[in-house]
Design a protein around this ligand. Structure first.
Ligand code: TRP
Ligand code: ZN
Length: 861
């Protein structure tokens, strides 16, 4: 354990309004890798909402020296200043209480900043990341989102391109000046400088304003910007049409950066992106990459209203902007592609990331009540469950009220820093409904389980629903939540006799209908709430839903739930065989011409080993990853045999003619072909079809799909070598080369393969994409390989986290969640993981980020 003093815990209940607000920020940067000079001039005024009496001025700084600091032009004496944890306090006696100008000069070294937080360098280019608390690494400032100000920024430096937020107001040789007229919190500040080129376009807003659009990339990457630009224009139009939200500056810029801790960042007018989510060409990007680019471009753009114009009062309110913005980007992708398929994909993601988080030591409410390092709370719970709450709210108030409420939200809170209470109040005012009970979704952690009991007598059908949520860390007692249950009651002819939405608000409720026959209840249609449904359906009943349910989500769900259950049983008993009804229903899905190919690809797919692990744990079983992997291989073979010649036929029928296009229809055909190739290869140890596809493919989707099959079949060597020769110069494609080997290598060879690859000259572990492509792909995507009973997988992961922590705490802390579910395994594996976690915990100088995570992981429950 670390021996130094414990890091302070920040609590929501301790929130106080700031004593001083900021009217204007003027920044000058003199850029140099080792010594960048920062001059700041900040106009403060007293907060009218603060308590009476003189107040200290509290600024934040992290790793900054106190160089020259003055108020109203007078240098401050040392005795006026005191420092604390990331704070600099000026005693009230030295602060003019009616308002003043603060000036400071400080020096930072972007080249030495490996944390990728604050001002840093990536491939010779300067860039910033200020959310959540990176601005304090640049200069002294009240670095909290409820302090919003307008900024003027002057950048001096040799780089040919010098960018910051807002509008360009002046430029000359070696300098540029930018002005952002919209008040913003410091976390939205951005600066970029380097040798960059712009892919340009224009957009005319609904009011007829002309906006310059630029995607800034390194020279040579210009040909890979077209899709991102197209996605940007579609996002801008969509937000006007669906939410009435117009863009508000003369230009909108996106910059692609290779070294980035997360996906992208919504800095005002200057979004900064992980290059993985901008650059795409048919030869280098997969269908999934294209879909991610579309979704993330939209997400960051949508933040302009939900996040930037209306921001968060404090970081506990993070879900206010993230949940809503994820909800909006999901809607957008659904509108662009297929709602049914998008919903299934979103639920798969929610369950694999959020449900497992909610089931273990890292569980926390969508609005947490305390944190040590806020960066540790950019989680699936805040983002994905936060979005689910928005979807439930919309369902509860109805379409019309939803629209009124959103208009009211934008009108009432534009330019403000808000809370979840503000958000809910808007809905209460718009609907006239008391939402205090519904609001518990924000404060109560854990995934509710909904149990179903049915009864049919004398023409009356009774449905009894009960709910229960298990304890989570710090929350031993759970209350019932308001759970919207979308349903259909299906008759023997397959048609709905009744449908609608039930509201389960108490621990148990019974609902009644008069019906001519006992229906089949199709519940939680469209996954109407983020809960675990325990309906206890038989194989025959599930097969009925899989073959016939009118709700695409529940149709997929029936097959998926059955496969989970079956794989769990098969992993425990080699004599368990798949039920005939299930196999027949899969044939019905394969033969059904109705649903689009993307849907059929999902419905014919099997849950991942990781999915089965989580599902078994949720049902009080101890999962054995290797046995699950073997069961899955066996089940896939049986399905392939049952499907007969269908996979080959469908593989041929779904070939897309002509050159590659990234649209959803073509991608759906390719997804179904990939599914077929998986079945074909399951019955062919030589993986001939995969080898042919690898040779013939003219696009990365099919190339990497084939490569994955070859590696999984233990026949990847040649293809890997050729792939490497073709793409060794391309960082994003090389990430795939590493990831395929990490995820698809059979379990017995996985640790050795990953270990060998960590010694590869192209394994640049300080680059988060590359590190994740190998280490996270392995630990998160190759469960049977990672959970070797000898603990070698755990050791490998921890060796890299120990190495990374002093370099990049944010990414290290994030990767600890790869063992977030460690307590669901058997005693031996738990002991091995505990040893590794303790090894990390005892590291000298462990970062506050990682210390908080291992502390939570190791806490006694
Ligand atoms: N706000 C960003 C988003 O949702 C994510 C983000 C938060 C982030 N902190 C970050 C991105 C740090 C990169 C680095 O899109
Ligand atoms: Zn976001």
């Amino acid at each position: 354990m670390r021996t130094d003093q414990r890091d302070p815990e920040i609590r929501l209940s301790d929130y106080r309004v700031p004593d001083y607000l900021v009217r204007q920020v003027d920044l000058t940067f003199r850029l140099a890798p080792k010594t960048t000079e920062v001059f700041s001039r900040i106009t403060f005024y007293p907060n009218p909402a603060r308590a009476k009496g003189p107040a200290d001025l509290i600024l934040n700084g992290n790793g900054l020296e106190i160089e020259a600091v003055s108020i109203n032009g007078s240098p401050l004496p040392r005795e006026a200043l005191s420092t604390g944890d990331e704070t600099l306090t000026v005693a009230a006696a030295h602060v003019p209480q009616e308002g003043f100008v603060w000036e400071a000069t400080n020096t930072i070294a972007p080249i030495d900043n490996t944390s990728l937080d604050g001002l840093y360098m990536s491939n010779g280019m300067y860039c910033t990341q200020c959310e959540a608390q990176g601005f304090r690494k640049i200069t002294w400032f009240p670095d909290r989102p409820d302090v919003m100000a307008t900024y003027k920024v002057r950048i001096e430096g040799d780089a040919p391109v010098l960018l910051s937020n807002g509008n360009l107001v002046g430029q000359g040789d070696g300098w540029a000046e930018w002005e952002d007229p919209h008040p913003k919190p410091s976390y939205l500040f951005a600066l970029v400088a380097g040798e960059l080129e712009a892919f340009e376009d224009r957009f005319t807003t609904m009011e007829g304003r002309d906006v310059l659009l630029q995607i800034w990339v390194r020279p040579g990457d210009l040909e890979r910007c077209e899709y991102a630009m197209d996605a940007l224009k579609r996002s801008m139009r969509w937000d006007e049409e669906v939410y009435g939200r117009e863009y508000d500056l003369d230009r909108f810029m996106v910059v692609a950066v290779d070294d980035f801790n997360m996906g992208a960042m919504e800095n005002k007018g200057l979004n900064i992106f992980n290059s993985k989510y901008v650059l795409a060409s048919p030869e280098t990007a997969t269908d999934t990459d294209y879909a991610n680019i579309e979704a993330i471009i939209a997400h960051e753009y949508f933040h302009n209203w939900t996040g930037n114009r209306i921001t968060c009062r404090d970081w506990f309110q993070l879900c206010l902007k993230e949940g809503l913005t994820v909800y909006r980007d999901q809607q957008f992708s659904g509108d662009m592609r297929s709602h049914g398929v998008k919903r299934i994909e979103d639920v798969i993601r929610l369950r694999s990331q959020q449900f497992s988080e909610d089931a273990g030591p890292l569980a926390h409410p969508v609005r947490p009540e305390k944190y040590i390092e806020i960066n540790n709370f950019y989680t699936a719970t805040v983002y994905e469950k936060g979005a689910e709450i928005i979807g439930m709210l919309r369902g509860l108030v109805g379409e019309e009220t939803w629209k009124t409420a959103l208009d009211l939200y934008f009108e009432r809170h534009d330019g403000e820093a808000c809370t979840i209470e503000d958000w809910l109040k808007v809905f209460e005012d718009a609907s006239g409904r008391d939402l205090s009970h519904f609001g518990k979704w924000y404060s109560q952690a854990g995934t509710p389980r909904v149990r179903v009991a049915e009864d049919y007598q004398d023409g009356t059908y009774r449905l009894t629903l009960s709910q229960e949520t298990r304890p989570t860390p710090g929350q031993p007692n759970k209350e019932p939540l308001v759970i919207p249950v979308a349903y259909g009651l299906i008759g023997h002819n397959g048609a709905d006799m009744e449908s609608g939405v039930l509201e389960l608000a108490r621990a148990e409720e019974t609902f009644e209908w008069t019906l001519p026959e006992k229906p089949r209840a199709s519940l939680m249609r469209g996954f109407s709430a983020p809960v675990i449904l325990e309906q206890g359906l038989s194989a025959a009943e599930r097969s009925f839903h899989l073959a016939h349910d009118v709700d695409p989500f529940n149709r997929w769900e029936a097959g998926h739930a059955h496969a989970l259950d079956l794989l769990g049983r098969m992993s425990q008993d080699a004599d368990v065989e798949p039920e005939a009804e299930y196999l027949e229903a899969l044939c019905v899905v394969a033969d059904d011409p109705q649903p689009d190919p993307a849907f059929r690809a999902l419905a014919l797919g099997l849950p991942t080993v990781q999915n089965v692990i989580s599902d078994m744990a949720a049902n009080e079983m101890v999962p054995d990853p290797l046995a699950i992997h073997e069961a899955r291989t066996r089940l896939k073979k049986t399905i392939a045999e049952t499907l007969g010649d269908r996979p080959e036929r469908m593989y041929a029928e779904n070939a897309v003619a002509g050159p590659y296009t990234p649209d959803a229809t073509a991608a759906g055909h390719r997804a179904l072909r990939a599914r077929c190739l998986d079945f074909i290869t399951a019955l062919d140890p030589e993986a001939k079809a995969a080898a042919e596809q690898f040779d013939a493919a003219d696009n990365m989707t099919e190339r990497v799909g084939a490569l994955t099959q070859l590696v999984a079949a233990g026949r990847g060597e040649d293809a890997l070598a050729r792939f490497y020769e073709d793409w060794r110069q391309d960082r994003l494609v090389m990430d795939k080369w590493f990831a395929v080997q990490a995820t698809a290598t059979p379990p017995e060879a996985a640790v050795a393969t990953v270990e060998r690859l960590t010694g590869h000259p192209d394994f640049d572990w300080k680059n988060p994409n590359r590190l994740r492509s190998l280490i996270a792909s392995f630990a998160g995507g190759n469960a049977a390989g990672f959970h070797r009973p000898d603990g070698s997988g755990y050791r490998l992961l921890m060796d890299w986290l120990i190495r990374l922590d002093p370099v990049n705490p944010q990414t290290t802390a994030r990767l600890t969640s790869l063992v977030g579910n460690w307590k669901i395994f058997d005693g031996q594996r738990q002991a091995l993981i505990r040893t590794e976690l303790e090894r990390l915990a005892s590291l000298d100088g462990l970062s506050k980020d990682t210390a908080e995570m291992v502390g939570r992981l190791l806490a006694e429950d």
